[in-house]
Design a protein around this ligand. Structure first.
Ligand SMILES: [Fe+2]
Ligand SMILES: [Fe+2]
Length: 427
């Protein structure tokens, strides 16, 4: 049975109101007393003789069933629209509960999420009425599912526990519905609805709504897990590439990770969105990957490089670009990798881009890259003092580096202070 809350909810995709209209009229043309020649008053509502009570009841029943199914579809549609694959599972569940709450007249609706297969719960609650103790709610749900027979029933293929008449040993005298969140044999959690014993019994209407949403949730949670696994595998691959470079160029070990962290901090201050921040972080880790193709004798040379050796080093942005360009997930970091040594005045390499012709990601990486190179110790020299570093950036602002990026760096005490090894001398 629909709750009062649902009476005003749209029940038709056409106008937001469902009535027994032309379709139902056409379906009942055989009804006794239907006058095909009656004038069309514009009012298409079905009129059925009072004597044919069974037909009227049947149509009422069909209309109500149709209305319920439409409400169920509406709920699934609204929930599906909210699903985002990269979103935290807790946020997804909260979103689902917010959609479901108006349709289930329960004191409490909750979701227990199982982490992996160990049945450890991350409990996410949405209290639609009285706030009840979380542990107690878990006990009530477990009790309901442990009861065999009685009010236990099944909806579709999934076992659903509807307990309307708890026994003496129940943790509490409440009506309970518990829906497993499962798919392909994987138990992902459970959805719980509780209603005081003084209120109406739960029925298959509530269970159907909860089951439909739990099926969508289960499919989404599995997709999300697979996405996260792929993401972790991908990040592991990136880290392996960075480690391979660190192993080859031990003088600058950790440089890639530090540049990624710095560039991320700058990007956040510049207002990059989450995609942009993820992109700049990945570009930071891989920006020097082309150095893998540079001879060790040149890469590890502690002293001054010859002109020819420097030309070899200058080739690493293009080498990195060539290494990564065939891998689709890396395509959006190619501009930053290729152009992180361009100079604002056009004197950089490899393509001599200038000003805003330099991709913004590359402008950010250029500053982060230079900052780490200046401030990090090398086996053959110590990192510069912060005063000196700040002075160099002020001199190169608008000539070597984008002024807006340098300004962000110099206005970021969390970056500058983290690198101040001797605050007294740098003050
Ligand atoms: Fe580089
Ligand atoms: Fe670098």
């Amino acid at each position: 049975m629909l709750t009062d809350k649902n009476k005003n909810k749209p029940t038709s995709p056409m106008d937001g109101n469902f009535e027994i209209g032309p379709t139902a009229t056409a379906m009942s043309e055989t009804a006794q007393g239907f006058d095909k020649n009656a004038p069309d008053t514009g009012d298409t509502l079905l009129t059925i003789p009072k004597s044919d009570v069974s037909l009227e009841d049947e149509i009422d029943r069909l209309a109500q069933a149709l209305s319920l199914k439409f409400e169920e579809l509406t709920l699934i549609h609204q929930f599906s629209e909210r699903l985002k694959i990269g979103e935290d599972a807790a946020v997804v569940c909260q979103s689902l509960l917010e959609e479901l709450a108006p349709c289930i007249n329960a004191s409490t609706i909750a979701i227990d999420l199982y982490q992996d297969d160990d049945l450890q719960c991350e409990r996410i609650f949405l209290f639609t009425g009285e706030r009840w103790d979380e542990n107690w709610l878990g006990e009530v749900a477990s009790y309901a599912t442990s009861v065999v027979g009685g009010d236990i029933c099944a909806v579709g293929n999934a076992p659903v526990a509807i307990l309307n008449s708890p026994a003496e040993d129940s943790p509490a005298f409440v009506r309970t519905v518990v829906i497993p969140i499962q798919r392909d044999g994987m138990s992902l959690g459970r959805m719980i609805a509780v209603r005081p014993i003084q209120e109406d019994e739960f029925g298959t209407v509530e269970a159907d709504l909860m089951k439909s949403t739990s099926m969508i949730l289960a499919a989404h949670l599995i997709n999300q897990r697979q996405y996260m696994e792929m993401q972790q595998m991908f990040e592991g691959m990136i880290q392996s590439l960075a480690s391979a470079l660190d192993a080859k160029d031990s003088y600058t070990s950790g440089h890639s990770s530090r540049v990624a962290e710095l560039a991320t901090m700058i990007a956040k201050r510049l207002g990059f969105d989450q995609d942009g921040i993820n992109r700049i972080r990945m570009a930071g880790i891989l920006h020097d990957i082309g150095k893998i193709g540079i001879a060790d004798s040149v890469l590890r040379k502690p002293g001054q490089l010859t002109e020819d050796e420097f030309e070899q080093i200058k080739h690493h942005p293009v080498l990195g670009y060539e290494i990564l360009k065939g891998i689709k997930p890396f395509r959006n970091i190619l501009p930053a990798v290729r152009h992180h040594h361009e100079s604002w005045d056009g004197s950089g390499y490899p393509d001599g881009l200038a000003g805003d012709g330099i991709p913004l990601d590359a402008q950010v990486l250029a500053v982060a890259d230079a900052f780490d190179a200046m401030t990090s110790d090398r086996p053959y020299r110590s990192g510069m003092t912060m005063d000196k570093v700040v002075g160099i950036f002020k001199d190169g602002r608008g000539t070597q580096w984008a002024a807006v990026v340098v300004d962000v760096l110099l206005a970021s005490p969390e970056i500058l202070n983290a690198k101040r090894k001797n605050p007294d001398s740098d003050a």
